[in-house]
Design a protein around this ligand. Structure first.
Ligand code: BEZ
Ligand code: FE
Length: 289
């Protein structure tokens, strides 16, 4: 008779060895996955009932997933795996703007907006003027970067969550030859991630909130540079320390300053108060393979 520890170890080794003929990277990934999965089951002394509940949870996660709802990515987000994978792959240059989670609400067919234009396109919220400059990590302006921006309205909904096909609260624009960019939007609001499915049940079971702090999404691309996916977060938001998907970085928290109605930074006369946020972006050089 062999003891329990040895039996478990032998099984793990046998499964890991079953990948011996796989291509090298797949062998490495699968071998490590199996070792960590087995170590996890051994460490918590996983019961058969818990194993079955895990299988049921993953089955329901699959069933609710569609072309427009990716519950597995949401699961990865709330487990911090999305942010961990971003950290593993982030540019090493410490002067580059930090990336954060992509989220499920980007779409490919956002409208092009003129520099200084309004991405709100009528969504509910207080106007907010956002501006900054896109630079290299050594401070040189990058002309003509493409900025994709998307955000939730004042009620915490993205346009893709509205009835119909309306596009609003999003757009893309091209930075000026001196790297500067500017646009109008609405002041971002905090909102819950989709929590009416298995991931929401999990958050409930562990007494965690589904809320994300108010943020504006950016994707910034320029030839020769690593594409940046990030957010700016609004300073003072009550959820900055409990983001459901662990996306907050101190360097991405920006003051939103309120201004009275009157002459705005772009020279326009605003007939109601507005906010202003400034965010400079540094892109890392693309690494040649
Ligand atoms: C978002 O910020 O849009 C988001 C990110 C992760 C999960 C759900 C939503
Ligand atoms: Fe978001």
């Amino acid at each position: 008779m062999i003891d329990r520890d040895r039996r478990e170890r032998l099984l793990t080794d046998e499964v890991a060895a079953s990948f011996a003929d796989a291509p090298p990277r797949l062998r490495e990934v699968m071998g490590s996955l199996v070792r960590h999965l087995h170590a996890f089951a051994g460490e918590v002394r996983l019961t058969e009932d818990e194993w079955q509940r895990g299988i049921d949870f993953l089955t329901r996660t699959g069933h609710i997933t569609t072309d427009t709802r990716q519950e597995f990515i949401l699961l990865s987000d709330v487990l911090g795996l999305s942010m961990f994978t971003m950290a593993v792959n982030a540019p090493e240059d410490v002067n580059a703007t930090e990336p954060t989670v992509f989220g499920p609400f980007f779409v490919d067919d956002a409208p092009e907006i003129a520099l200084g234009g309004d991405i709100a396109l009528g969504v509910k919220g207080t106007p907010c003027y956002v501006s900054g400059t896109v630079r290299t990590t050594s401070g040189a302006p990058i002309p003509g970067a493409r900025l994709d921006i998307w955000e939730a309205d004042a009620d915490g909904f993205y346009d893709v969550q509205y009835e119909g096909e309306r596009r609003a609260g999003r757009g893309w624009l091209t930075a000026a030859p001196d790297g500067s960019y500017r646009f109008w939007s609405v002041l971002p609001s905090s909102y819950p991630i989709p929590h009416d499915g298995p991931v929401g049940e999990l958050l409930d079971a562990v007494h965690r909130s589904p809320m994300r702090p108010a943020h504006l999404h950016f994707r910034v691309a320029a030839s020769g540079f690593t594409t940046l996916v990030t957010h700016i977060f609004v300073a003072g938001d009550p959820y900055l320390t409990s983001d459901a998907v662990f996306g907050v970085k101190d360097s991405l928290v920006v003051d939103a300053t309120e201004y009275p109605a009157g002459r705005a930074p772009d020279g326009a006369d605003r007939d109601r108060p507005y906010y202003r946020m400034t965010f400079d972006i540094a892109l890392a050089q693309e690494i040649q393979p």
